[in-house]
Design a protein. Structure first.
Lengths: 230, 284
């Protein structure tokens, strides 16, 4: 029985990256409201917008309560004020939209710098390190064993290795063949890159099953038009 | 001439003109207009031969069933000059063309009205004439129901496959522990890691076949093709007219490729489970 061979911090960081990615994926629909709450809530434009909206409501109520003929001067004054408020609100709204778009862009940049790029770098740096070994090397064919052990590069290098081995039968090209970094060991391990891919895939399948069997509402069979006519 | 009324003047002029045409004047005039000796245009005027058959006899015969055609080709008509008037010939020709048109290509208005009524020209003659493969429209409610059934089938297939695979993987991974508890020959062969890939692949082939059988039954019951109606790739490929790309029946090939990919993706998701489950069972 083999134990995990990889450094624990690598595995922990990888798991943390996967959890954060999935969390952001599941909460994508709430991002906009979160951003507006954190970034726009304290801005002067937002405060002005809310106060102007309140003022507009008050003036509108006052205008509805008085007669335009009896209180013509007041009604006209309020009407002009309403026009001015509408223009201000429109301007503030466009400012808030602009700020919101900037915040969205900022979040995307933070996600790229804080999550995507470091995760990619970790995969590149530690991707070939073995997370754990399989019980035996007889479980899968050689192509699969090599892929689990060395990652997707093995699949790309496999035709070259095959061609070199064929040429080696006729001419001695072992000095070239030895340079091809292909898996020829006896113990088969699962490399970090492959493990991340497999874990993401399994999580995606579990997510699909839960979504389809528990969260999707049942759709009843539509009644055919011919049946209706009968 | 001065004593003659306007009507009499017109009658005399008409008679003079008809006499001139009867003596071959019309053909000579046409010759003068079309002019050239190497011209292939027919310069024989129908006015020169008042008793001749119509210019397009076959066309005239075809429209006999038509009221209008019957009217203009009827020998018992009291006005014989109508047979030879060029306007009438033109009308005959147009009527015959319209008659032929109903048998071959649809006219633009009928095609448009058909499209307005049904969304697509669903008439059999229209379909054969235009030769455009048109997919039958699927009711969105039915498509929604079909997608629900297909997704549920896929989800249940994954669950059932994993229910079978997980104990099997446990037995393969913890072979030594199991052997000490249960020592039966059949189980030994099943849990032997050497046989793992063969058993796993056989299981996948059987499970995928059952899945496809069920999928085809659903498609047949609902009369909906899943890939044609859901895949964006197939929809985009359907928009490419036949003949632009050097590959024939590109849509069929793409659909086949997507079907293979569907099978492969299910196999891949199961092999991912195998890798993760082996890791977990080794830690237990």
């Amino acid at each position: 029985m083999s134990d995990i061979t990889m450094e624990k911090w690598v595995l922990g960081t990888t798991l943390m990256f996967i959890i954060i990615t999935k969390f952001l994926q599941y909460t994508a629909s709430y991002h906009e409201s979160w951003i507006s709450k954190f970034t726009l809530g304290s801005t002067t434009a937002y405060k002005d917008y809310m106060s102007k909206l309140h003022e507009q409501k008050l003036v509108q109520e006052e205008n509805h309560s008085i007669s335009a003929q009896d209180n013509y001067a007041k009604w006209t004054k309020n009407n002009r004020k309403l026009d001015k408020l509408a223009a201000d609100i429109k301007q503030l709204k466009s400012q808030i939209h602009e700020q919101s778009a900037k915040s969205q862009q900022l979040l995307k940049t933070v996600k790229l710098i804080g999550l995507t790029l470091p995760f990619f770098a970790l995969k590149m740096w530690k991707g070939k390190e073995i997370v754990y070994y399989l019980p035996t090397n007889k479980m899968f064919p050689h192509l699969f064993n090599g892929t689990w052990h060395q990652g997707w590069l093995f699949v790309a290098m496999y035709p070259l290795d095959f061609a070199l081995s064929q040429i080696n039968n006729l001419y001695d090209v072992s000095f070239i063949a030895s340079k091809v970094p292909l898996y020829r060991g006896t113990a088969v391990g699962v490399s970090l890159g492959i493990w991340i891919w497999a874990l993401t895939n399994v999580l995606g399948s579990i997510e699909f099953v839960i979504n389809q069997l528990f969260l999707t509402p049942t759709v009843s069979e539509p009644v055919a038009t011919e049946k209706k006519a009968n | 001439m001065g004593n003659l009324s306007e009507a009499e003047k017109r009658k005399i002029l008409r008679e003079r003109r008809q006499k001139k045409f009867a003596n071959g004047g019309a053909s000579s005039r046409l010759n003068k207009i079309t002019g050239q000796s190497d011209s292939h245009l027919n310069t024989e005027s129908p006015l020169d031969n008042p008793k001749n058959e119509p210019v397009l006899p076959s066309a005239a015969q075809k429209i006999e069933d038509d009221d209008f055609g019957q009217h203009i080709t009827d020998d018992s008509m009291p006005a014989p000059e109508t047979e030879n008037v060029p306007q009438v010939e033109l009308l005959k020709q147009l009527a015959s063309m319209q008659n032929e048109g109903f048998e071959s290509t649809p006219d633009l208005f009928s095609l448009l009205s058909s499209m307005q009524k049904n969304g697509i020209p669903n008439d059999a003659t229209n379909g054969s004439a235009t030769n455009i493969p048109v997919e039958p429209l699927v009711d969105p409610v039915m498509l929604n129901y079909h997608n629900f059934l297909v997704n549920r089938l896929k989800a249940w297939t994954i669950v059932l496959k994993w229910i079978c695979l997980v104990p099997f993987l446990y037995l393969v991974t913890r072979q030594n522990d199991v052997e000490s508890v249960l020592s039966t020959g059949a189980l030994d062969k099943l849990t032997d890691p050497t046989n793992f890939f063969m058993i796993f692949t056989s299981f996948e082939i059987v499970a995928t076949s059952i899945y496809y059988q069920r999928l085809q039954t659903i498609e047949k019951n609902n009369k909906v093709n899943t890939l044609d109606n859901n895949s964006k790739i197939v929809k985009m490929i359907s928009m490419v007219p036949e003949g632009i790309l050097p590959i024939g029946n590109i849509k069929g090939k793409v659909v086949t490729l997507l079907q293979y990919w569907d099978v492969l993706s299910m196999f891949i998701s199961d092999i991912c489970l195998v890798l993760i489950a082996i890791g977990i069972f080794q830690r237990l």
